[in-house]
Design a protein around this ligand. Structure first.
Ligand SMILES: Cc1cc2nc3c(=O)[nH]c(=O)nc-3n(C[C@H](O)[C@H](O)[C@H](O)COP(=O)(O)OP(=O)(O)OC[C@H]3O[C@@H](n4cnc5c(N)ncnc54)[C@H](O)[C@@H]3O)c2cc1C
Length: 565
């Protein structure tokens, strides 16, 4: 294994310290003096991720006495900005917004509280030894795609328009409570509304909708495109939100995920956030505080307290007990039901189903501090271009990606991963000293569970070196520019950010884990089998991604219930 650069040692050591202290507290080594606070809250929110903060904002706005308890020193969960090297800041985990509901931006006055989005210049796909750079300018993009196919520019326009049209059906469900399987009148009305949305589609679009839900990404891509380059690019885009064989039925669902977003009226758009993703969660926290919400960081909840089948409060790891009329869990369903309470208090069938939720996305994050901009070998060297200000993906061809998936499912690492790369400092000078840069890399096909008992802690820096070496095939001077780095293995995503089994969405987006089944038919309407305990995180409908939708929907349900009693 190569030795780490000194700056990496500094940063990684401090992360290890955070992780170790979290592990000790997870094991209950924190002081355990029970002390009950006299104050009673209307709502106690466990976790200050962006969904917990969204729910808090709405509850505070409705006048309910609300407290957010976050175990980390900062709020935001997977939506945070961190300093990875002195003077170099970056979105550490999630890095782009698209799904964030416009209603949440408006209702929580996020722009007034400092939230600002930045548009990228284009997309650059690098596959094997070739590339495709798209800017959205028709003449330019036709020329670019024409290098590979005379048909695929039009096919891409038709495909994207089709996904947008049917994506509207999904988008319309985001801020609606999914109907109960034991359907009552209101559930039938919800189903009818969805049926009406589907009815508005043309018969061909209805056909495509059901194909997209039930067929495989591979078949879908073969059906639409002719050139290997475009097919590879779409396969890579689809795998971004997935951990499934591209030939598996249902593996095309992530196409929706990349299309249902809507930024300032532009459907399917993706944006960076000024100051990093923490700019969003700090704005959410600012709004919540302005409505009287208390936010306590370094406040890990050890237990959700249940009396006679009702959630009555929480016990913190330091022993403090807080009482509330209800508890909202921003934690994922496994953590909520299996760690934060004694699962024996639950119906055994329900607990068994929660244990069975499929998790894991094979993602890791590598963030780099750079002393300059890397050259990208397909473009003139030594100067900045629109390609630097773009969303860059680097991946092998579809067959190698498929082989990567099966290897990762067996616990092995890829030689040629799928990478999604941004250089946010090219659009945001608040992140680095002048002339310096930060680069964000999301790498896929890195399983949480490694084969042969190998530990992520033993190999993660070596893996980071190998990712940088792979990137150097397209960016030859990159290794010489790195002056600091933050490597977040799948294990780090779990131990530092609390993402159980490193699942980026709090449970995979598979057909049997979505909508009225997310995370379970008995907890899909934000209420749970434990009375007065609600789910408000990504493990609930409509799922993961930076949308604020689970927090919005949960708050609406809680507000209605609190007003009733
Ligand atoms: C590597 C990666 C990249 C991603 N990239 C993107 C992207 O670019 N765009 C996008 O839209 N989505 C992205 N996602 C997905 C998205 O970030 C998440 O789905 C979303 O942020 C989850 O938000 P949440 O509020 O539901 O949960 P979380 O962000 O997980 O928040 C839960 C909070 O609960 C806290 N917590 C846990 N246990 C306790 C406890 N016992 N007591 C108190 N607090 C506790 C945690 O510390 C955390 O703050 C990415 C995710 C990952 C992991």
């Amino acid at each position: 294994m190569k030795s780490k650069p000194p700056c990496a040692i500094r940063r990684d050591d401090s992360q290890t310290c955070i992780r170790e202290s979290l592990r000790l507290s997870d094991l209950g080594f924190a002081q355990n003096k029970a002390k009950t606070m006299n104050e009673k809250y209307d709502a106690i929110i466990v976790g200050g991720g962006h969904n917990g903060l969204t729910a808090a904002g709405y509850l505070g706005k409705a006048g309910f006495k609300t407290i957010v308890l976050e175990r980390l020193p900062v709020v935001g969960g997977a939506v945070v900005t961190e300093e990875i090297h002195p003077g170099y800041r970056i979105s550490a985990v999630s890095y782009v917004v698209s799904l964030l509901r416009p209603e949440v931006i408006k209702d929580l006055e996020l722009k007034k509280h400092g939230f600002e989005m930045l548009k990228m210049d284009g997309t650059l796909a690098i596959c094997d030894d070739d590339y495709l750079f798209l800017t959205g300018d028709e003449a330019h993009d036709r020329r670019e795609i024409g290098r590979f196919s005379s048909l695929d520019y039009d096919a891409m326009q038709q495909f994207d328009a089709m996904v947008q049209s049917i994506g509207t059906v999904i988008r319309n469900q985001m801020l609606r409570e999914p109907p109960k399987l034991a359907a009552g009148l209101s559930d039938l009305t919800a189903l009818a509304r969805m049926g009406w949305d589907i009815k508005k589609l043309t018969p061909d679009l209805r056909h495509r909708l059901f194909q997209m839900l039930f067929s495989s990404a591979h078949d879908f891509i073969q059906r639409w495109f002719e050139s290997p380059m475009i097919k590879n690019m779409y396969a890579a885009a689809c795998f971004s939100g997935n951990f499934a064989s591209l030939r598996q039925p249902g593996s095309a669902i992530p196409f929706f995920h990349s299309a249902i977003g809507e930024i300032e009226g532009e459907k399917g758009a993706w944006r960076l956030v000024k100051g990093g993703m923490g700019g969003l969660t700090q704005a959410m926290a600012g709004f919540a505080r302005s409505k009287g919400v208390q936010i306590r960081t370094n406040s890990a909840v050890a237990e959700i307290l249940i009396e006679s089948g009702r959630a009555v409060g929480v016990r913190l790891e330091n022993g403090v007990i807080l009482n509330g009329r209800c508890v909202l869990a921003n934690t994922d369903p496994k953590r909520t039901f299996l760690s934060l309470m004694d699962p024996d208090q639950l119906d055994p069938d329900f607990a068994r189903d929660i244990r069975q939720i499929r998790m894991g996305h094979s993602s890791l994050r590598l963030n780099l501090a750079l002393k300059g901009l890397p050259d990208i070998k397909f473009f003139p060297s030594g100067s900045e271009g629109a390609w630097h200000r773009s969303d860059i993906t680097m991946h092998p061809d579809i067959n190698a990606m498929e082989a990567n998936y099966f290897a990762a499912a067996a616990g092995h690492l890829p030689d040629e991963p799928r990478l999604e790369i941004t250089i946010p400092s090219t659009l945001d000078d608040s992140l680095t000293p002048p002339g310096r840069h930060v680069m964000s890399i999301l790498a896929k096909y890195y399983p949480y569970q490694l084969a042969d008992g190998v530990s992520w802690d033993d190999i993660k820096e070596d893996v980071a070196d190998r990712i940088i070496a792979y990137m150097a095939r397209a960016m030859p001077n990159l290794p010489d520019l790195v002056i600091g780095r933050q490597m977040l293995s799948p294990l780090d995503l779990e131990t530092i950010y609390g993402l159980t089994e490193s699942d980026i969405f709090h449970g995979r987006h598979d057909m049997d884990q979505l909508f009225s089944l997310r995370p379970h038919p008995k907890a899909a309407q934000y209420r749970t089998p434990v009375q007065d305990l609600y789910l408000c995180g990504s493990g609930a409908h409509p799922g993961g991604g930076v949308s604020g939708a689970p927090g919005y929907n949960a708050a609406r349900r809680v507000i209605a219930d609190l007003k009733r009693c």
